[in-house]
Design a protein around this ligand. Structure first.
Ligand SMILES: [Zn+2]
Length: 378
């Protein structure tokens, strides 16, 4: 990371200094330029800036030096100075095409850092038209669209980036389509919401969010069979989401009169994911009475202790208590529920962040689709 940064700083600086020395020949060991490079290599931007400022004073027309000095100001947090320098370079009438592109890119980064997102978007869009800066400018443009929630432009930019880098961004593009589906759904544009949800699934067939989104939309319009198909897909896409989707599957099976289908589904997932507490809790609900449920849950808890399993077990009526929990058991259960409520329910597989809500983009590391339900083990 640090080596990459130094290289990034040294490359334009080396070119700039070489060009400046060529215009205004000085001895090869020019003290200011050499010390500028040396301080950069030692990650001392303050001294590097001082040395470069002297070089710029000697040759104020050297655009490369100004661009590099501005980038250093930005790195040090002096955005106003960076903006002024880069604006002044961009305003030059006789500016070489490659330097103009570099100036657009630098100024775009300054504006992004200053929160001037509209201006940053405009500059980076122009910089992205030039092959030399297309990828880096589009990557920043994508950040801006995500920040602003401009999902259609984000889709367009992601498509261009894929073509340029030869790298799939299907996961992100599917989430952008889901965002568009959610927006359409909130505005009551049902058909459009469905179209975007289907598009998301087509873009990334493994997208759990797209299946949940599609299931919810079909359920809203009481298309039980289509809703069930969408929800069932989740268990194939990522079994960690079973706790999220099982209640929905049970609900649409009941609404659509497909109770047997739910039982068959439970048989299937129990065979595959029998240790998942959400599966055996759903199975316990199917059993005829509290005794059968207690025996079943005790057996499952012995195999795999689980928080929710324990709470459910303690909720069962105690024999001889006329269907009510005994006071000590009730107190213990309530304490357990409080502990459970404070536990994070989700987990980011990318950075380890543990939120209590499901985010489709991790608030900590900004990865799409990396947050999933946390294991329910004691
Ligand atoms: Zn994360």
């Amino acid at each position: 990371m640090v080596e990459g940064l130094i290289l990034w700083l040294l490359l334009p600086l080396g070119a700039a200094l070489g060009w400046a020395l060529g215009r205004n020949p000085r001895p090869a060991g020019d003290p200011e330029t050499l010390s500028g490079l040396s301080h950069l290599a030692n990650e001392n931007p303050d001294r590097a800036i001082a040395a470069l400022t002297k070089a710029v004073e000697r040759d104020p027309e050297a655009a490369e030096l100004n661009l590099t000095l501005g980038a250093l100001f930005r790195k040090r947090g002096e955005i106003d100075r960076a903006l002024r320098l880069h604006e002044s370079v961009l305003a030059r009438k006789e500016l070489r095409s490659d330097l103009r592109t570099q100036a657009l890119y630098e100024l775009g980064q300054d504006c992004l850092k200053a929160g001037l997102l509209d201006r940053a978007e405009e500059l980076l869009r122009e910089a992205s038209q030039h092959a030399s800066h297309a990828v880096v400018a589009l990557e920043l443009l994508l950040q801006i669209h995500e920040l602003l929630g401009d999902w259609q432009p984000a889709l367009d930019v992601a498509g261009r980036l894929e073509a340029l880098k030869g790298q799939s961004l299907a996961l992100q593009r599917a989430h952008y389509a889901c965002e568009l589906s959610d927006l359409a759904s909130q505005d009551g544009r049902e058909e459009e919401a469905l179209r975007w949800a289907r598009k998301a699934l087509e873009t990334d067939p493994g997208c759990v969010r797209a299946s949940l989104c599609l299931g919810r939309l079909e359920e809203t319009r009481q298309h039980w069979h289509d809703a069930l198909a969408a929800y069932l897909k989740v268990s194939e896409q990522d079994a960690r989401f079973l706790p999220e989707v099982l209640p929905a599957i049970e609900r649409v099976c009941a609404a659509g009169g497909e109770v047997d289908t739910f039982r068959q589904f439970l048989d299937k997932v129990e065979a595959q994911h029998g240790l998942d507490s959400s599966v055996w809790l759903a199975r316990a609900h199917q059993l005829p009475d509290a005794n059968a449920q207690a025996l079943y849950l005790a057996d499952k808890l012995a195999q795999r202790p689980s928080w929710r399993g324990l709470v459910q077990f303690l909720s069962l009526p105690v024999a001889g208590d006329a269907g009510r929990l005994s006071r000590p058991v009730q107190a213990f259960r309530e304490s357990l529920v409080k502990v459970l409520d404070k536990r994070p329910r989700y987990h980011c597989s990318h950075c380890g962040f543990a939120p209590s809500l499901l985010f489709w983009r991790c608030p900590s590391c900004k990865q799409w689709g990396s947050v999933h339900p946390a294991p329910d083990t004691l």
